[in-house]
Design a binder for this molecule. Structure first.
Ligand SMILES: Cc1cc2nc3c(=O)[nH]c(=O)nc-3n(C[C@H](O)[C@H](O)[C@H](O)COP(=O)(O)OP(=O)(O)OC[C@H]3O[C@@H](n4cnc5c(N)ncnc54)[C@H](O)[C@@H]3O)c2cc1C
Length: 264
């Protein structure tokens, strides 16, 4: 997309499409919230949204006044039957779409969305699936979005499955859903949360900041002997590294589900 217009240029025009095309919905931005210095939470009202499972994603399509379109996928931080759909977008400074979504989108704006998408990277309560194996979530950066949806659904369902999240994040300021995670950790069906800081850790943190390595991964996830289901999400490089290590550590590849966001 070397000739692609800037994020501003693909911003929807002031007169958004009135009639959704087949398979697409016109969503209204209900609220935005600065999630981190580099990311924004976007709440959408999507009339006709059929609901979604925890872990699914949707496509956002922006159309410039000259008709140029750009489409990107975003995980859904919410789940269930509500037509209020929550996203959280990280800004890639040179990106075509994410700077617009993070810095420019305002309540009342309209976006086109298509979904929900993805039937593989989803979690449902043990009462529905009969699967009582522990669940290990592993997130890199914004890859926490669908895993937050799963952890939230787990707490909402008071699901008895042991749930653990290993969250790799640059600095304490970059943690998504900080307050919500604090609540989930104390929920009746608790989430065990392990955070690894790659660039700056909180003062007094026991571990020096740095990329997660195989030994640290092994120490912070359910062991292979407990046969956990594992969901890994983040940049492509992060996901592939972690998935390879999990297999080396004896995890069954069939129990590892991955979502790659792109990038190195
Ligand atoms: C299923 C799915 C779900 C996703 N969910 C989310 C989400 O919840 N939140 C979120 O912020 N993003 C998410 N993404 C990533 C998102 O779709 C876009 O790729 C991202 O917002 C960048 O788009 P852009 O137009 O700004 O950058 P582009 O213009 O597409 O890319 C700019 C440059 O950044 C590189 N790049 C693209 N993606 C990444 C990346 N993830 N990390 C590092 N470099 C990258 C490209 O190779 C290119 O060089 C998801 C991707 C997928 C496939």
């Amino acid at each position: 997309m070397s000739d692609a217009p800037t994020a501003q240029a693909v911003a929807p025009s002031a007169a958004p499409l009135a009639v959704p095309r087949s398979g697409w919905h016109v969503a209204t931005v209900a609220a935005t919230h600065r999630e981190t210095p580099n990311a924004t939470r976007i709440e959408l009202d999507v009339p006709g949204w059929p609901g979604n499972a925890a872990g699914q994603h949707l496509d956002v399509r922006l159309t410039a006044p000259d008709g140029y379109q750009a489409t990107r996928s975003y995980s859904i931080a919410s789940s269930g039957s509500s037509t209020r759909v929550v996203l959280a977008v990280d800004k890639l400074p040179d990106g075509e779409v994410s700077p617009y979504l993070v810095d420019d989108v305002r309540a009342g704006d309209m976006l086109e969305v298509h979904g929900p998408l993805g039937a593989f990277f989803v979690w449902a309560p043990a009462a529905d699936t009969g699967d009582h194996r522990p669940v290990q979530l592993i997130a890199g950066g914004s890859g926490v979005v669908p895993l937050y949806a799963m952890a939230h659904a787990h707490a909402d369902a008071s699901d008895p499955t042991p749930f653990r999240l290993l969250y790799s994040v640059r600095t304490p300021d970059d943690v998504y859903f900080d307050d919500e995670f604090a609540t989930l950790v104390d929920a009746a069906a608790p989430l065990q949360l392990d955070v690894v800081y790659t660039r700056r850790a909180p003062e007094g943190w026991a571990t020096a900041p740095g990329r997660i390595m195989r030994e640290a991964l092994e120490a912070a996830v359910f062991p292979a002997s407990e046969r956990p289901r594992v969901f890994v999400c983040g940049s492509t490089g992060f996901v592939e590294r972690v998935a390879d290590w999990l297999v080396e550590l004896g995890h069954d590849p069939r129990s590892i589900r991955t979502e790659r966001y792109g990038g190195a």
